[in-house]
Design a protein around this ligand. Structure first.
Ligand code: MTE
Length: 388
């Protein structure tokens, strides 16, 4: 069952959110490890997501690492293996800032689960997507300082968090192709929104891979390895791969996920809420990595007709576009649909059933929200939202 954003949070969820510096109204999918996303109306409020409501996805316990003793090893297909302190990372390389949206491959899995159960996975709503300004050193510069060899094809990332969600249990790891690792936008970050990276987001340092699924942005990074092959971590070899609907997860089975897919979400009014009759500001986001969003359409008649929504300004090549449109809602049940188009002219498939897959990744189908429209005085206190 989907946990609706209007439900009250349990005291355990609220305590867990507070202990990680998150708002009380986070939608918590698990407290051990802590996994949580912002309530949709909160996420709608700004282009940058404040740290206290940025979604967080953890496969194991959050490591408590001392920045003074933390080291980043750079090895594998390099001429000179490095062992960098955080001070060296901060002082020996140019400091860069990139604003980037991070999106979990499981974003909007809850809607896939309504079509057919996705066993053993957290049922994320549209909030496993958030945007921050990241500050750090370019991974490319660090790899060049180590003398990356020409035959390296992948940069593999390792972290110390041990997780029983992998088979067999192991620490977290992942990789990206070398062309992406050497792109200017990929950072070894120590700051988020101008503040020190919090533990739950990867302190003392993490990689941020803009435009790729969140799983590749490894937190608590302790090793970068130049390699001929992708990471042999469970999270590269078996998880975060797209299977056909009748596939069975296993090493090397399915399509390894890297660049994000075209997607969109409706945040306000949130699915399952009650709104007053009349003009309602419908708001959401759309994201397609560096392909960029060209248009978002919204429909009140299940796609028979569409109206174009207004897009906010593109704040940079690696961020979502937020969109909004005032729609006249009549008493009864309103089913709102949205679909985005990227700059290459691709758009989203209509139904979640078309894209269902056993691990519940990449729900790229039309965004949907069903709301109850009532005369103004009956409006529920739970309803939407401060508008930006
Ligand atoms: N890195 C480590 N070491 N352990 C993890 O569990 N989760 C990944 C990625 N990096 C993860 C990790 C996934 S699936 C996502 S979506 C992002 O971190 C989430 O980053 P955030 O918690 O900062 O939002």
């Amino acid at each position: 069952m989907i946990r609706r954003p209007t439900e009250s949070r349990s005291s355990q969820d609220r305590a867990a959110s507070a202990s990680w510096g998150k708002r009380e109204d986070m939608v918590v999918h698990g407290t051990d490890p802590y996994n949580a996303e912002p309530a949709p109306h909160a996420l709608a409020n700004g282009h940058l997501t404040p740290i206290d409501m940025f979604y967080t996805r953890n496969h194991g316990p959050v490591p408590d690492l001392d920045p003074e003793t933390w080291r980043l090893r750079v090895d594998g297909l390099v001429a000179t293996p490095l062992e960098l302190t955080r001070k060296a990372l901060q002082e020996d390389f140019e400091q860069r800032t990139v604003t980037a949206t991070l999106q979990c491959a499981g974003n909007r899995r809850a809607d896939l689960n309504l079509v057919r159960r996705v066993p053993g996975e957290d049922l994320w709503g549209p909030g496993a997507t958030s945007t921050a300004t990241w500050t750090g050193a370019a991974l490319a510069e660090v790899l060049r300082a180590a003398g990356l060899q020409g035959d390296a094809r992948h940069a593999c990332f390792s972290a110390p968090d041990l997780t029983g969600l992998a088979h067999p249990p192991q620490t977290y790891g992942s990789s990206v192709e070398i062309h992406k690792a050497l792109s200017d936008e990929v950072l070894l970050a120590w700051q988020m929104n101008g503040q020190a990276l919090p533990a739950v987001h990867g302190a003392p340092g993490r990689v941020v891979v803009p435009g790729y699924i969140g799983a590749r942005s490894v937190k608590w990074l302790d090793r970068v390895t130049g390699s001929l092959h992708p990471s042999d971590s469970y999270f590269q070899e078996t998880a975060y791969r797209l299977l056909p609907a009748d596939g069975t997860p296993g090493p090397g089975i399915g399509m390894s996920l890297g660049p994000v897919a075209l997607s969109s979400a409706i945040l306000v009014p949130a699915d399952g809420t009650t709104v007053p009759v009349g003009r309602t500001d419908v708001q959401g986001y759309a994201y397609a990595g560096d392909r960029g969003i060209a248009r978002v359409d919204v429909s009140l008649d299940d796609g028979a007709t569409w109206i174009e929504a207004a897009l906010d300004d593109q704040a940079g090549p690696w961020t979502w576009r937020r969109w909004r449109i005032p729609l006249p809602l009549q008493e009864g049940k309103a089913r709102i649909s949205a679909r985005a188009w990227d700059t290459a002219g691709a758009t989203q498939p209509r139904s979640a059933g078309e894209v269902w897959n056993p691990k519940g990744y990449l729900n790229i189908s039309w965004a949907r929200a069903t709301v109850i429209v009532v005369p103004a005085k009956e409006r529920s206190p739970s309803g939407p939202s401060e508008l930006p």
